[in-house]
Design a protein around this ligand. Sequence first.
Ligand code: NOJ
Length: 567
Amino acid sequence: MEKNKLNGKKIPWWKKTTIYQIYPRSFKDSTGNGIGDLKGIISKLDYIQDLGVETIWFSPFYSSPQGDFGYDISDYLNIAPEYGTMNDFDDLVKNIHNRKMKIVMDLVLNHTSAQHKWFIESKKSRDNPKRNWYVWKDGKKPFGKAPPNNWKSYVTGSGWHYDSHTDQWYWASFLPFQPDLNYRNPDVKENMMEMIRFWLRKGVDGFRLDILGAVYEDPKFRDNPLSWKLIPSDESMDMLFRSSKYTTNYPDNYEFAKDLREVIDEFTDPPRFLLGEVSGSREELRNFCGKDSPDGLNLVFLFESMGAQLTAKNFRKLIKDFEKYFPDPYIPTWVFSNHDIIRRISRFKEQGAIEKAKINTAFQLTVRGVPTIYYGEEIAMRQNFLPLEKSLDAVSFKFKKFPRIIRNLLLKITNYAIHRDGCRTPMQWNRTETAGFSPSRTDTWLPVHPNYKLVNVENSIEDKDSLFYCYQRFLKLRQKTPALNSGNITLLDAKKIPKNILGYTRSAIFNGNEQTVHVYLNFGNKLVSFQIPEPNFHLIISTSISSQPLNGQNITLQPFEGIILGD
Ligand code: NOJ
């Protein structure tokens, strides 16, 4: 049960937690087949605990033909054999909980694999009992040989796929081998809710929900209207002049979020949580958490931060925007990298990249919100810019046929999102072959980044000024400091501090005592000196282990230095 009280209120653990995302295929291979697995992960839990994160989210490791590396599930109640067995899973849960950490699984509700037994049945005939478990429609009249309407998938053209055997079309929001389930059929909904309970009973502490805004579409199957947007953005998924009004964030999805919340709230000791992968306007994102009261998803990813340029001005604006839409008792999330997008550090110029990553970290771990760190981010793992021609990612298949110049242009404008192998390469543990990812000399499923002899856990641990230790110091401080893990946030007036400085205070009344910390982050590449309001502030932590920023009321920050002061 929750013991801590903040401002007299109980704070659920998930509101103050820090999340570490593991892509199971790429974390640690225990068998030598070049693919990561659960036993491998278990062998590295000490490392994760030592880093100081509290919750681990796993990208899917359910049974799957791995067409989309686990996001195409063929059996929701089993573990893919290449990752291990159900016993290994139980061991994983036990080992995580023994460390007082939490486990979050990825839940792909929107679609199954086309190899799921339900879809195999569903395809057999129009009157098969499983037919209505998926979204089937006749083609456009008079001949039925055109898709039922103009709906586009996120990654291919039309999201409708023709089945000649039954002469109908099925709907797939993502790739053609990921047919959408039909949640308007109560049997589907009931079955999936029971599946969720199965994992909750096994001790899972929460779920990350894959493309949740795509679960329900317009029941009338109306054409999506025209939009003036060419490429999708954080504000809306509209693209190529087509809106996604009837296919993304259709209002029934917000109700579904509440239904899911009811299911996880059946489990109270400890409470569980839901973290939605959703996109759209901030208002839409908030709707997933509950428009008027927080009775929907506990958290949603706010992906705007991912591409944000590293400036005080940008981050100040993001804080304001997120606080406006997610004020207490809602809580924002902060994420910079994941398995779908270019690694954050590779957005920075190589020169000074580590210092920039440190200030980014200091920001992410001190601002109000739940942070998610992507495996390897803590040791400065870079994007492995692999050629599109060799990519294994199903999303990129159609682009392979394009002329080189177009391919390169697409890579640039989508920030490598059309080919996601580069952010999924094996974790770099040490300087030995395969970077210590696989136990023997072997071909790893994706090539290890060529920089592994320099960038790896072993080197990071030997260097006291490494990015790893910066993460560790901030994470451990955050863990024991209520003002940082659950306090409110007040931005300092930008006019009262130099241009490149972002300043805020975090404060909380914890068990009757007031606690306030003051955060100053220098986003500029120049040394900056200025006055702080109180002479008696003291330094708690800095991104740099050698600097002495305080001299009375005068503060001097190195380029890209971030500090926390206490009263
Ligand atoms: C979003 C996931 O993050 C991505 O990796 C996956 O390919 C799609 N959803 C489809 O499930």
